[in-house]
Design a protein around this ligand. Sequence first.
Ligand code: ATR
Length: 282
Amino acid sequence: MRDSRETFVPHAFVTGYPVKHSRSPLIHSYWLETLGLEGSYTRQEVVPENFAGFIAGLKSGESGFVGGNITIPHKETAFKLADRPDALSQELGASNTLWMEDGRLHATNTDGYGFLANLDATAPGWDKTDRAVILGAGGASRAIIQAVRDRGIAEIHVVNRTAARAQELADRFGPKVHAHAMEALAEVSKGAGLFVNTTSLGMDGEAAPDFDFSPLASGALVTDIVYVPLVTPILRQAQDQGFAIADGLGMLLHQAAPGFEKWFGKRPVVDAELRRRILADM
Ligand code: ATR
């Protein structure tokens, strides 16, 4: 006899434009499978003109989704359209994770969490420094500056090709954050325990300029948000110069966990097999 009770099966999405390169479906499908949960997580490509309509369908329940991830170029609009953006999203002005709760659309941004969780997992104790250098001043940089500041790092130096963009971030994130032009890189790196590349330098096999990491503190950690290739030219140089490195894939995997828990009800674990599967797909 069939069980007549209908079980609720949650469906979640990643939306962006384009979204076909997103690896998020692999991550969430792996967790659904290994945790033995029913549910789905699919790519939904939505052009900017249709994004408000897509969110309206989510809010009304017509779309059948419980929530999802937001990627470029919709993160700012998602934040604006949410009923309950959390404090992190409000400071960033951008959200990457949405979920319906009590009939309201909630929003957060998990990029900063993913960044911290990756470093905590791969380089415990990395946060014992009082100085960090962050290269780049785009969207990814914002979430990382916020996270590093909130972790309590005393001085955060943002270095960017366009110094005015770094200055905007320093103004936004308060007195611990300092802005510099590229020429200041060596000077502000002196004694820093953390160096983060948030630019696209070295992505997809492109060459990166030569970096001299010698001003960093001994034992400093160098990390990159680029993860194709896994060991980027910047990370390779840091390794060759004797510094510890953390690749960027872990940030992608860890930032996915809070959303999964909201939509599917269980906190997933970032394990070695998940990394292996994503790498096999690259
Ligand atoms: P994202 O949202 O992924 O961070 P973004 O907003 O386009 O992307 O920001 C890209 C960052 O990489 C910026 O800091 C950019 O510097 P500018 O603000 O001067 O544009 C930086 N970047 C990109 N290509 C670069 C290059 N060839 N040299 C130095 N910095 C570069």
